[in-house]
Design a protein around this ligand. Sequence first.
Ligand code: FE2
Ligand code: FE2
Length: 275
Amino acid sequence: MTDSIEAQRPSNRVLPHELPAALRDAGLMNWIREPLDDAVDRRRRIIVPPAAAVMGTLASAYQGALLAEARHPDTVFMMGDNPALPTMPERPVLKDFFQLRLSKIGASHLLQSAKVAAKRGLDEKVIMACLLHDIAIAGLLSANHGYWGAQMVGPYVDEEVAWAIEKHEALRYFPDESVGYTYPEAYIDYFGPDYNPPEYIHREAAAARQHRWYMTSRLVTINDIYSFDRDAVVDFDEFEDVVGRNFRQPGEGLGFDGSPVAHMWRTMIWPNNFL
Ligand SMILES: [Fe+2]
Ligand SMILES: [Fe+2]
């Protein structure tokens, strides 16, 4: 195993402008050929994946090669608009993130969960929490997604909505058959039949169960569509009114309102910034 890892490591003798094919194939380099606007010129742009994304993987072996590559005069690190991504408006609102940034599969999962909650006639706070519950997976980070997601939306939603998003992280592992929630079949595939979440998750779930907002978060897990239809199309506009009443869009745009979480939204706008 060690030998094969060594064999795949980029050589120190990588010639200028000859990045290993693996880096090009992995999309870690953009070579922009036509000068179209300020963000697009003839320079090559190197994308360095965040440490958390490559730790413990073969990709971490390429970090040195990527750093060395940016020293060439016609090569820079990616900063600002990545031409491979759709441009965001100057003052983006939630819908822009759904349409221009969140992964297709992630956005679809959120919209389908919210739609089921709406069809069941649930409270708007529950619908809103369902619409946002996995926003961190779809646009930022998967690990600890309930906590990241709750923080990101915290300044813009009712406290109960943010709480429900945070606590779904722990509650989803624990059945509550009195309200029809069983352990997700999908998790047996995802994590194996013997998976036991860490102790802190057990503690968080037990505490959430005693909380007055327990059912709001539990309803997020109940309406979480584990075996969702990857091809179903749900239009964000179906939730325009719910979002209008339950999500305070800042006038300056998400990412630019100076809130304590603005940097999280900016990270989704410019996800490939080196620093
Ligand atoms: Fe989730
Ligand atoms: Fe989910």
